[in-house]
Ligand binder design. Sequence first.
Ligand SMILES: Cc1cc2nc3c(=O)[nH]c(=O)nc-3n(C[C@H](O)[C@H](O)[C@H](O)COP(=O)(O)OP(=O)(O)OC[C@H]3O[C@@H](n4cnc5c(N)ncnc54)[C@H](O)[C@@H]3O)c2cc1C
Length: 580
Amino acid sequence: MTDTSISFMRSLCGGRIEQDVLFPFPTLDPAQAEVLSAVVDSIDSLLESRDEDFRKWDVAGELPAEFIDELKEFGLFGLIIPEEHGGMAFGNMAYSRTLQQIARHDASVAVTIGAHSSIGMRGLKLFGTPEQKSKWYDRLASGEMIAAFCLTEPGAGSDAASVKTVAEDKGDHFLLNGSKLWITNGGLADFFTVFAKTGPQDTRGKLSALIVTKDMPGVSIGTHEDKMGLRASSTTSVFFEDVKVPKENLLGPLHGGFKVAMNILNSGRSGVGGGAVGGMKKLIALSAHHAMERKQFGKSIGEFGLIKQKIGHMVVDCYATEAAVTVIAALSDRGYEDYSVEAAIVKIFSSEALWRTADEALQTSGGTGYMRELPYERILRDCRINRIWEGTNDVLRLFIALTALNDIGQGLREMESSLKGIFDHPIKGFGVLYDYARKRASWATGYSSRSNSLSRAHVALRPQAELFEDTVRSLAAMADRVLRKHGKKIIEKQFALRRISDVMIDLFMLACVLSRVTAAIEKNGLDACKRELQIAQVFAGQVQRRSASNFRKIDENDDELIKALAENTYETGGYTWDIL
Ligand SMILES: Cc1cc2nc3c(=O)[nH]c(=O)nc-3n(C[C@H](O)[C@H](O)[C@H](O)COP(=O)(O)OP(=O)(O)OC[C@H]3O[C@@H](n4cnc5c(N)ncnc54)[C@H](O)[C@@H]3O)c2cc1C
């Protein structure tokens, strides 16, 4: 029986390679695959002739109401809602694949659908009572109600626990006062998942999640934000003034809102990842076409090495992202309890891979890429937000590394007292005691067992699997060394935390690639998978070089010099050298 309490990455940091979490590579059940395939085809027929409209709506900064009605009629607001309430009952794998297909056509449309299902109403799905679900599911599925997720405030961005919006307990209702900033779908939504302080005013945290509807007196919406990208998607402030929210609208436990918010974001991350894969597939097709068509120096630019280098890397990035998005979507569908580190990794890797791809696709296109007539510049603008929202990639990197170090620190008995309390921080992980010290000893003696090998990777991938195993050992040694060196101060060593996090990101991504290629070889045979083998080889080579650099820089770095330069710049107020 599957043990759904296991986290692949948190086990990895504790010295165990729980390969059964990632192998075999997940597939959709045939019935859902058939439905999905029909949905994907219909999305293409709905959106494919709309390129010129998407360009116009980006300039106008709005999706027309008639087009949103078409999305409703198509059922796109009901993707994750049960069939008995008029939805499509998609799990995260099918949901993320659907968002991928929408994002191939336009990111603003994908975000309008995604903000509704990935975050706006996901709290209802994850934490709603049967009464709450039966009250709202039908209207959310039909799009009669569009949903939005309201966490961010002017003073509470990355530090989400510091929200100032207050929900005062008034017996049979909460009295809600405050405002929320940059809410996706704000101008379209009727259903808001709102996070407000329910604990004492002078404490941090103690948030609760509340369902607020637009028809409640005291709810008002700000003006449409004029944004860099995703211009046609609605982003507004949302204001609450003495809004009476009935007690039955509490979502999840009282004061448990921070956990509700984190669970929503984790569960919704396969949506962001799916959208990124859609964007990358579109860019790869555009770039390959341009590379073959455009002639310079008497030949197609695609024949030049530097163009091949860009396109080859795009393909590797896309394959790796798709593998990892599929894995975390499946972890969620199979009921794994803690995949927060894996989901954060996917958010980081997918948003950065899409950004690299958009940048290189525009470069491949040369000056035409800079023209608004073609979609490159719009995609570049649209995708930039993915590195910022739903937890900035910087803060998520800290979360990944600190979660691992917390687990390891707790496993190192001799470190326990000196580490006590250091993770008492909003980006903290939740500690699980692992038998780390014992594992460390077994690794140091070179003892190898199934629990610390990636034996399920296909034999043709043994060199890459060995690289994975070696890097895991080096990561454990590095984490151990960093903890011993810095003790409590590790929380302030963000340069080191970033390096640990980057190695962890690479390890998870590599494991997902190896799982995917293994499944392909087992299904289609080695000869048919020559290209996928090449992808695995390239990706493993990248991981090897990046990890070696990260390990080396833990001890040999110019971190203190860089910090001194930044601090000097704060003092002087800017760059102080001029050649004049
Ligand atoms: C278009 C758009 C749509 C959005 N949609 C929604 C939505 O639907 N719902 C919602 O609730 N929010 C939404 N947001 C808000 C978004 O989630 C936040 O912008 C994001 O969480 C970052 O917060 P911030 O902008 O306040 O940045 P800040 O928290 O001020 O961060 C600024 C910089 O400081 C860095 N930083 C912060 N803390 C640390 C630290 N401890 N260590 C190192 N570096 C740090 C960050 O990484 C970042 O680089 C949206 C934003 C935009 C722009």
